[in-house]
Design a protein around this ligand. Structure first.
Ligand SMILES: [Zn+2]
Ligand SMILES: [Zn+2]
Length: 282
């Protein structure tokens, strides 16, 4: 199995979040479903199933489906099975711990058989080809190993580090990261709301400043428009409807287009030889 699979997906069923990224997770077998979980967590929740008898010859006869893709009845039944199995294991452990339990004839027979099978297995192992092991060391994250996580937690405990308060602190910092983008946070005595409240004050003052600037710009533009409108009305009043003729325009530029200064036209530029053709209106 490629090492990149370790810790690649987060288990959504883990009871302790510290272990959600340890080991290898499998995905829900329903098409397109993007739910991942540990096999043991799935077993605890009753999400594992075997293939039906007619499909047994396929390579992987076991299925895992997430809670959404499992029948509720099956889920409850399998969960009950798992709980009863756990109870039975506990019961057996208690029985084994009782004095004289391992000396009963049944236990002696079982242990004799076990020893026989053990020697058989060891003989078989010596005859078999040794399994392939990676020849070079491959890196993988320390936090993908559940035992390493357990040891690190124990170390923190022994060093007197309060991991819980550190976690709360980290969550607070994470909540404050994009506080300036959030609106409508429910009022509460939480770090998030207080951060939002303080940031909102800053936001309001900067918005007020922006509003003042925009109002200034608006009045300035309105003044400008007023002046332009006056100028426009002035020119419109001086407009001569007789000057619409083409030759008139060319002959006396200042009459038809009073906004063009007279000085920009010189007599040499005026195309007097241009034939006048009135527009044809159908
Ligand atoms: Zn898990
Ligand atoms: Zn699913």
């Amino acid at each position: 199995m490629p090492y990149s699979k370790w810790g690649a997906k987060t288990c959504c069923l883990c009871e302790d979040g510290h272990f959600a990224r340890t080991g290898v997770c499998i995905g829900c077998d329903a098409g397109m479903c993007r739910t991942y979980f540990h096999v043991t967590c799935a077993q605890r929740e009753g999400l594992l199933s075997e293939a039906h008898s007619e499909e047994v010859d396929q390579a992987d006869p076991f299925y895992a489906h997430c809670k959404m893709h499992t029948d509720k009845m099956h889920l409850r039944r399998r969960r009950r099975n798992w709980l009863s199995l756990q109870l039975r294991i506990k019961q057996r452990q208690l029985e084994y711990q009782q004095v004289g339990y391992s000396d009963t004839p049944e236990q002696l027979r079982m242990r004799r058989k076990l020893a026989k099978y053990r020697t058989k297995y060891l003989n078989h192992k010596t005859l078999r080809n040794p399994p392939w092991v990676p020849t070079q060391k491959m890196p993988r994250l320390l936090t993908t190993s559940a035992s390493a996580v357990r040891k690190l937690m124990l170390k923190a405990e022994l060093m007197g580090i309060d991991t819980q308060s550190l976690e709360i602190q980290e969550a607070d910092v994470a909540a404050l990261v994009d506080i300036h983008k959030k609106w409508h946070i429910q009022p509460a005595f939480s770090v998030e709301f207080i951060g939002y409240y303080l940031d909102r004050n800053n936001r309001l003052s900067s918005m007020k400043r922006g509003l003042e600037e925009l109002l200034d710009a608006n009045s300035q533009l309105q003044d400008e428009q007023q002046a332009l409108r006056q100028k426009y009305d002035q020119y419109k009043a001086g407009w001569d409807p007789d000057a619409i003729g083409f030759r008139h325009v060319w002959d006396s530029p200042a009459k038809g287009y009073p906004h063009i200064p007279r000085s920009s036209f010189s007599l040499e530029d005026t195309p007097t030889s241009m034939p006048f053709r009135p527009c044809q209106v159908p």
